[in-house]
Design a protein around this ligand. Structure first.
Ligand code: SF4
Length: 326
């Protein structure tokens, strides 16, 4: 079985780790529970860290004259400076982090959907944006995998997030070894995954490794990491994934019968029309790669960018849907 480096992820502590919400509750997330054995989570609760206590009266973001403040309406307490100081120190202390998984809608941890109010009391929110902690995370680590637990329920966002954190963790391990040979191997094994994400960045990464300017190894690693991050900025387009499927299919098609080729073409059409997930044609090609012992394709991360056991997350979602009919 393929082994994976555990991604290091900073997570809002109230998601599956502690009863630290304002009302002493915890957020249950089957996705995070499933991820626990495969990920090195670093839980943090910014509101507890600034001594707001549990339980506590809720806080909210107030904006007046373009100046944002974090206040506790019931007490009038202003915790803006305390939150900013904690956040700066905490984020500066992080090393070797591959991503963040933060609580949606929280005035501290939220990354995009936090209510912004025009006044401390008796006012309706005027818009939504990032919370105080979440905003600093986005500014300081724009290249890392950053999501909230609600968005992670979307299968496309989840697959992109999982692919990103496991690829970045694998690269981190290669970088720690500072070996050109390991970097070349990493690039070779990720070639088709990268092709699906960005042909442009794949070309640039190849040029960095060709190293015609004779750069020293640390500079090569820095540039490679920068462009690796750029390659994973957006989820891949389905047309790019079809391109990769056809490339890999080309390696084994001459070994297949006409009926097998028709079966593949039919699955590809279904994937194109959104009737089946990418994993179906991917696993079909993978089974042929194993059968024909295609040694170049066997280690390609495109076929398994994160542990296959995490595909069980789909089963979790299916069982949740079943619960709706009870
Ligand atoms: S959302 Fe963030 S600040 Fe609020 S309870 Fe969870 S971890 Fe703590």
């Amino acid at each position: 079985m393929k082994s994976f480096i555990k991604p290091r992820i900073v997570i809002s502590k109230c998601i599956e780790f502690d009863f630290c919400r304002y009302n002493s509750q915890i957020i249950r997330s089957p996705i995070v529970s499933t991820l626990k054995p495969y990920v090195e989570f670093q839980p943090i609760c910014p509101e507890v860290e600034i001594q707001l206590g549990v339980p506590r009266d809720p806080i909210r973001i107030i904006e007046q004259h373009t100046n944002k403040k974090l206040v506790q309406p019931t007490t009038g307490r202003d915790v803006t400076d305390a939150m900013q100081t904690f956040t700066q120190h905490f984020l500066a202390s992080l090393q070797g982090i591959d991503g963040f998984l933060l609580k949606s809608q929280s005035p501290s941890c939220g990354t995009r959907d936090v209510k912004i109010y025009p006044a401390v009391l008796h006012s309706a929110p005027v818009r939504r944006e990032a919370g105080f902690f979440g905003e600093q995370v986005l500014q300081r680590f724009p290249h890392l995998a950053i999501e909230d637990e609600m968005r992670l329920q979307n299968p496309v966002i989840r697959q992109h997030y999982l692919t990103k954190i496991f690829t970045f963790a694998a690269f981190r391990s290669v970088k720690d070894k500072a070996s050109l040979q390991r970097l070349l191997q990493f690039h070779t094994e990720n070639k088709y995954l990268l092709m699906g994400y960005s042909q442009k960045e794949l070309r640039i990464l190849g040029n960095i490794l060709a190293n015609q300017e004779k750069q020293p190894l640390p500079k090569m690693f820095t540039e490679y990491e920068h462009h690796l991050h750029l390659a994973f900025l957006k989820a891949p387009r389905y047309t790019s994934q079809i391109n990769v499927l056809n490339h890999t299919f080309g390696y084994i098609s001459k070994e297949l019968s006409a009926a097998e080729k028709r079966f593949y073409a039919d699955l590809l059409e279904k994937y194109k029309n959104g009737q089946i997930p990418l994993s179906v044609p991917v696993n079909l090609i993978r089974s042929w790669v194993i059968r024909f012992e295609q040694s170049y394709l066997l280690p390609q991360t495109f076929f398994e960018p994160y542990p296959n056991q995490l595909l069980d997350i789909e089963a979790i979602k299916a069982s949740e849907v079943r619960d709706f009919w009870k």
